[in-house]
Design a protein around this ligand. Structure first.
Ligand code: DP6
Length: 354
């Protein structure tokens, strides 16, 4: 008898902000990075992607993905890689147990909503692909661990592999040409460092000029500083993991700022040069420098992704010295008062595992 049911699973996945950046692919097809990276998963309830995956034998033959109400093209290699891998894991379960409905053969319907404040202008691919992979894995009742699922999410978008976990997450670049060992792992849960806070300064909500994918490819191809950056990351990763384990904010902050600056230096060294930071971003760097000078130690650390928005990490006990000063000092700047807004977030648990 034909299966008339509609199967469904829902999940949410959070945004993560890297403190050691992923920038560069050694294999663009498999989305394998040139260096390991490390991020903090942010807790803010408004910084998540909500995704529902459904499938039914009666759906129209094509898979579909609706993101914020807009139909997306799912024919791209990245989405296809995720669908293919998840289907093949489901097909194995169906082979093992003939009672299992043949969901791997049914068309998929994915509905996703980014819960980000519309003005945030934050990268959404990380939470997006993490939620997509988790939702389909739940729909298919896969038993794979988050580490194994991170290998799949990585193929959707590199940074997405880190959003499958909460807290402090490393994406280990791996050695294998096939990418089987290029996965994310949790370094420490969020509650390991309850003092950790992030302040997101929304400098511009505009879509970034050069996408991460295009930007990093250009950097790898043309920057002579890039090999030096790649060579310096393994030691920085090691030091960062130690800083997190020891809750050593001075070291965490120094390494975070060093890595952000090193990444943006390679962007500037790209031909043609890529500028992600603007005057407001640079003013934010100066404010952090002043805060740290006044404190006589590092109590605040900035980091910037492929855009001008600043993420400032600090400890709860330094709230007045950090968040207070930012309001006071940057309040008058255009791009901050007019369009900008700040969002407070703290480290969090990863995707809902139901
Ligand atoms: C600067 O993960 O968006 O945010 O793998 O091509 O989808 P693709 O790139 P993506 O790049 C993120 C770059 C970054 C640094 C980071 O998150 O590590």
């Amino acid at each position: 008898m034909a299966d008339s049911k509609i199967y469904s699973a829902s999940t949410t996945a959070p945004v993560n902000i890297a403190v050691i950046k992923y920038w560069g692919k050694r294999d663009p097809k498999l989305n394998l990075p040139t260096n390991s990276s490390l991020s903090v998963t942010l807790s803010q309830a408004d910084l998540r992607t909500h995704t529902t995956a459904t499938c039914s034998a009666f759906f129209p033959a094509q898979d579909s993905l609706l993101l914020n109400g807009q139909l997306q093209d799912v024919s791209g290699a990245r989405t296809q890689a995720c669908f293919r891998e998840l289907r093949s894991l489901r097909a194995k379960l169906e082979e093992q147990d003939p009672q299992f409905p043949k969901l791997s053969r049914y068309p998929l319907r994915i509905v996703s909503e980014n819960n980000f404040p519309t003005a945030a202008g934050l990268a959404s691919s990380a939470a997006g692909f993490a939620a997509l992979v988790r939702a389909i894995a739940d729909l298919y009742q896969l038993k794979e661990s988050p580490v194994e699922l991170s290998r799949i999410a990585r193929q959707g978008s590199g940074s997405a592999c880190r959003s499958l976990f909460g807290g402090y997450v490393a994406w280990e670049m791996g050695q294998e040409a096939s990418g089987t060992d290029s996965t994310a792992v949790q370094v420490a849960p969020a509650e390991h460092w309850p003092e950790m806070q992030a302040l997101i300064l929304v400098v511009s909500a505009a879509k970034k000029g050069v996408s991460s994918t295009a930007g990093m490819q250009a950097t790898v191809a043309t920057s002579s500083l890039f090999p030096a950056r790649v060579a310096s990351v393994p030691q920085r990763m090691e030091d960062m993991i130690t800083a997190i384990k020891e809750q050593n904010f001075e070291s965490f902050g120094r390494l975070t700022m060093k890595d952000s600056n090193s990444f943006h230096a390679t962007c500037l060294d790209t031909e043609p040069p890529i500028f992600y930071l603007n005057d407001v971003s640079r003013a934010a760097i100066r404010v952090v420098e002043d805060i740290n000078k006044k404190a006589g130690k590092i109590v605040a650390a900035y980091t910037f992704d492929a855009g001008p928005n600043a993420v400032i990490y600090f400890e709860e006990k330094s709230t007045d010295a950090v968040a207070g000063v930012f309001k006071e000092r940057l309040g008058h700047l255009e791009g901050w008062t007019g369009k900008g807004e700040s969002i407070r977030a703290s480290a969090t648990e990863g995707v809902d595992e139901k």
